[in-house]
Write a protein that binds this ligand. Structure first.
Ligand SMILES: Nc1nc2c(c(=O)[nH]1)N[C@H]1C(S)=C(S)[C@@H](COP(=O)(O)OP(=O)(O)OC[C@H]3O[C@@H](n4cnc5c(=O)[nH]c(N)nc54)[C@H](O)[C@@H]3O)O[C@H]1N2
Ligand SMILES: Nc1nc2c(c(=O)[nH]1)N[C@H]1C(S)=C(S)[C@@H](COP(=O)(O)OP(=O)(O)OC[C@H]3O[C@@H](n4cnc5c(=O)[nH]c(N)nc54)[C@H](O)[C@@H]3O)O[C@H]1N2
Ligand code: SF4
Ligand SMILES: [Mo]
Length: 707
């Protein structure tokens, strides 16, 4: 179907933020069915050290998915998506966008991006939105992912880089506190590093494969980490185990933060979280007596309407112990999507310009305007955040057209039924994807684009290290790159073509200049340096005339990014989730991931081995809770919240809390966990509350029918 460009390349896995190093090989024609012609093997790259998870091993199957999109589709008079030529499809989109803009103004067109897009795509998408469309209405699925950690980290440290140190440092720790992450399933090769640390303390309502490998497992009720973190700070201070010297010399704001934590004595924390006092104490003692220790957070602590404050409370704990900025210690958030880090830096966020700059900052605006060759007044202001944007679609003052690049919100956004309704109110929905995702199926125009092994670019992994994605194959005929789609659309909107290079290398050169002087400064990074095998972590400023900057693998060792060099404690207190269980909906439901599926599943549900391993939505439930609900292991159950109902296969889990059920969110239709979730947002980060809703469970399978 597609042509070979090279027989082997060194590149990275297309999925998660660990970005495991891989070697791809293309075997000679005729060697097995089409799908077997590309093979992958792990590379000896530091983050994966020769390991890969099941998803990485099977990633080439998506290149040859039987229903891969290879021709543009345009909805015809009968309402069907019918094949079209590229010029017809692009002309149709261009003229509809011009009409909608003329009738309703530039903010009537919105853009939704993704944290899986390469740096080059994310950058060009932001530029396309602000210049070609002139819209402020752009945001992306990273808002669902790490925005709470980013907001808390920026306040505390003056800047946000998921891990301000390489993952290999973790192996030397004497203790690691992991709050709300399950890397044994979400980033399996990371366990190599975590497993070498002295003690691993896991905070998770479920006894996950990660918790099974922990020294200590704390099992709070979902949505109570903030109380737990306050309580841990309480114990550290009252026992005199904290680092007075670091607090005094490297931070500000301890007193105010402590006043809140002072009210969270261990017995009160036990009442709210369910974590026994002795276990709280043991966890704090283990962490405080370690010379080298890390506090890490994942989505379990972050995806809440108080996610930012929760992360702030864990950062407060880390600061009190003097961890951030101490060699061999620190705080970090485990970024999720392949380019979850780079995706949040180059301007596809509603409030942001490239270089991790604020769109409201006059200096940032004039710098970017200069790089783009326009007056600063030309740049729109901040737009709506992801959930606010989705809710506004098709309303009186909301956008009437939406372009989606790299997301599948019909499955992945909270309160998914409402999202589908919002999309149906649009005058125009355009989706660029390589498979017919659930969102693409609702589109008026679908544009088929290239995949990882067919394109060049860069991504920035969870450590802030910039990596090269390399091309093994040319794409199938009929498929174009996201960059060329953006360029073609821009031209149809009256823009000069040379403003939108479709060559990744050229986009990166412009991105370097745009990022120069910003928080995420890439100006010293180049394709030749990366191709020479240099390990480059941002910030990496250009030094004209001087020796090349080596990049910054470890941040904050000489001080934090605030003008006074000190980190900020944040004054935060516990509060309840937007919704709590009651008589009608007596259980907590929490959501997350299983090993064999990725995100909305639009890629991994097309990989036969993965679909066999994890074919359908399950609901994990304690046997006693299941008995009360009238469901048994393997039955089909319904799970109902105030927003919707999901059908799921029952999996009895004796180690689970009796008040909690868990569902993965990777499946379509009535298996969508997001039919249950609440779109309540964190006021600081606009992160939705994926991790808590109130539900009830009942039988939906044969037993229901017979009973
Ligand atoms: N297999 C697989 N791997 C992935 C992905 C995938 O879809 N599939 N996605 C990638 C992406 S984008 C991301 S963001 C990462 C996410 O990686 P993780 O953060 O590890 O993933 P989750 O499963 O969302 O959540 C982690 C844990 O939080 C727990 N949890 C739920 N509620 C709470 C709570 O209130 N408090 C605490 N402390 N814990 C809670 C859940 O039980 C779960 O075990 O994974 C990346 N890797
Ligand atoms: N209930 C619940 N919901 C959640 C979460 C949860 O824990 N619980 N987690 C949230 C998190 S952390 C995340 S990150 C989101 C992710 O959720 P989604 O945004 O749905 O993520 P994906 O499934 O990765 O969707 C990416 C889509 O873009 C396509 N794609 C991939 N690469 C490219 C590209 O380069 N160009 C183009 N044009 N398309 C591409 C893929 O085929 C896929 O259809 O889900 C969130 N939703
Ligand atoms: S851990 Fe992440 S990057 Fe590594 S193989 Fe698995 S999905 Fe790919
Ligand atoms: Mo994510």
């Amino acid at each position: 179907m597609s042509e070979q460009v090279r027989t082997s390349v060194t590149t990275h896995c297309p999925y998660c933020a660990l970005q495991c190093g891989t070697r791809l090989h293309h075997r000679a024609r005729g060697d097995g069915p089409d799908g077997a012609r590309v093979t992958v093997e792990p590379d000896d790259f530091p983050v994966n050290q020769g390991g890969l998870c099941q998803k990485g091993w099977t990633a080439p199957a998506v290149l040859r998915a039987p229903d891969r999109l290879c021709t543009p589709l345009v909805r015809d008079g009968a309402g069907r998506l019918a094949p079209a030529t590229w010029s017809d499809a692009l002309d149709a989109v261009g003229s509809r966008l011009r009409e909608i803009r003329a009738a309703h103004g530039p903010d009537a067109v919105a853009v939704f991006g993704g944290g899986g897009l390469t740096n080059e795509k994310a950058y060009l998408l932001g530029k396309f939105a602000r210049l070609a469309l002139g819209t402020s209405q752009i945001d992306y699925n990273g808002r669902f992912c790490m925005s709470s950690a980013a907001a808390a980290g920026t306040t505390a440290f003056g800047m946000d880089r998921g891990l301000p140190f390489p993952v290999t440092d973790l192996a030397d720790a004497e203790a690691i506190l992991l709050a709300g992450a399950n890397p044994a399933e979400t980033m399996p090769p990371l366990m190599r590093h975590l497993g070498r640390a002295g003690a691993l303390i896991v905070i998770d309502p479920r006894h996950t494969p990660t918790a099974q490998r922990a020294t200590l497992h704390l099992r709070p009720a979902p949505g109570t980490d903030l109380a737990l973190a306050l309580g841990m700070l309480h114990i550290a201070v009252t026992e005199g185990w904290y680092d007075r010297d670091a607090v005094q010399h490297r931070t500000v704001g301890f007193e105010a933060a402590w006043r809140r934590a002072a009210a969270w004595w261990p017995e009160r924390v036990e009442r709210v979280t369910g974590v026994p006092v002795a276990l709280q104490r043991e966890a704090v003692r283990t962490l405080c007596t370690a010379r080298r220790a890390y506090v890490l957070t994942g989505r379990g602590a972050e995806q809440h309407s108080k996610g930012t404050d929760t992360v702030a409370a864990f950062i407060n704990l880390a600061l009190a112990l003097g961890l951030p900025g101490r060699p061999g210690s620190g705080y970090g958030c485990l970024t999720g999507q392949g380019n979850g880090q780079g995706g949040r830096e180059h301007g596809q966020k509603a409030d942001q310009l490239p270089g991790y700059r604020r769109i409201t900052d006059p200096r940032a605006r004039s710098h970017i305007a200069k790089v783009w060759g326009v007056p600063p007044e030309h740049l729109p202001g901040p737009g709506r955040s992801a959930v606010e944007l989705l809710n506004a679609l098709g309303t009186a003052d909301g956008p009437r057209a939406l372009l989606v690049f790299g997301a599948n919100p019909v499955v992945s956004a909270p309160d998914a039924a409402r999202v589908a309704q919002s999309l149906s109110r649009l005058d125009l929905l355009v989706v660029a994807d390589f498979v017919p995702s659930e969102t693409a199926r609702l589109a008026d125009v679908v544009l088929p684009v290239t995949q990882w092994a067919e394109e060049e670019g860069t991504l920035t992994n969870l450590e802030g290290r910039v990596l090269r994605r390399r091309r093994l194959l040319s794409p199938p005929p009929g498929v174009r790159s996201d960059l060329s789609v953006l360029r073609e659309l821009a031209v149809r909107l009256g823009e000069p073509p040379d403003r939108y290079p479709d060559e990744p290398r050229l986009v990166f050169e412009e991105l370097r200049r745009a990022s120069e002087g910003g928080t995420a400064d890439y100006s010293g990074i180049s394709y030749p340096r990366l191709d020479a095998g240099e390990a480059l972590y941002w910030p990496c400023p250009e030094r004209p005339g001087g020796p090349a900057h080596p990049g910054t693998p470890r941040m904050f060792l000489d001080g934090f990014a605030h003008p006074d060099g000190r980190a900020r404690f944040q004054e935060v207190d516990h509060r309840e989730p937007a919704e709590t269980p009651d008589d009608r909906y007596p259980l907590w439901a929490t959501t997350g991931r299983v090993l064999a599926q990725y995100q909305s599943g639009s890629q991994t549900r097309r990989v036969p081995d993965l679909l066999r391993a994890a074919p359908e939505t399950i609901v994990e439930i304690h046997p006693d809770t299941a008995a009360r609900a009238g469901v048994a292991d393997g039955d089909l159950a319904w799970v109902q919240s105030a927003r919707g109902r999901v059908t799921a296969r029952v999996r009895l889990v004796p180690s689970l809390r009796t008040d909690t059920v868990f569902l993965p969110f990777h499946y379509p239709d009535d298996g969508r966990a997001n039919l249950l979730t609440h779109a309540a947002l964190d006021p600081r980060s606009k992160m939705p509350e994926f991790k808590v809703s109130a539900v009830r469970v009942g039988p939906a399978g044969p037993r229901a029918a017979s009973g």
